[in-house]
Write a protein that binds this ligand. Sequence first.
Ligand code: ADP
Ligand code: MG
Length: 242
Amino acid sequence: MIKISGLKKKFDNLEVLKNINLTIEDGDIYGLVGRSGAGKSTLLRCINGLTDYQEGSLTVDGKEVKNFSSYEMREFRRGMGMIFQQFSLLNRKTVYQNVATPMQCWNYPKDEIDRKVKELLELVGLSDKMDAKPRNLSGGQKQRVAIARALSMDSKVLLCDEATSALDPKTTLSILELLKKINKERGITIIIVTHQMEVVRNACNKISILENGEIAAQGETKEIFAQRPKALQNLLGEESTK
Ligand code: ADP
Ligand code: MG
């Protein structure tokens, strides 16, 4: 689904990503872990075309993410759902309207929008909150709305940038269960960017550990945790002192 080779990314003279190589298969729940500043969000932004890169290649579904026309970019982004730590909901709009907005922007027929919003809210367990405003929802509920909205364009890939970092451990687990359900039932490839070890251990089948813009370790989550490479020990050490 996503193939990255020899990718380099600079901001002016700052090399933020150095020779990134990774392959994400269709149906993976893939973890990108690392400390703050390691380059995780930048890599995610390269993957969804929000920022460019200087060297290497990056393909999504066989298509090189480079030099898109604005029309191609719009179409490409449509296939990528994204959720964030801070939820990024429209606070003046209801839950229903938040999920409906992307489809309205793309001029979906009204009855199709209505059908899809209701189906997605049922999927994320918020059918009873359709008319609520975001301020009246818990953090976990807000993230569920964001997930429903991210899936509204029938994305094949869902990118999650620190999506559980603002949530307590129990709510985090319930969001991870929802992501696993979506992956299994809808076949959506999910990329989870996080600095939280327990998140990748719980949800991801494969991971890459990023350190200073480089991949310090990569592989099946189980194997990485069994081998405990130095990169992982560093991260776990940081976790336990929190
Ligand atoms: P992470 O998500 O792992 O915390 P980021 O990808 O956000 O890391 O950032 C990686 C590095 O790139 C950091 O040193 C950060 O300061 C730098 N960086 C991120 N975005 C920009 C930008 N728009 N301009 C300049 N430097 C940036
Ligand atoms: Mg980040």
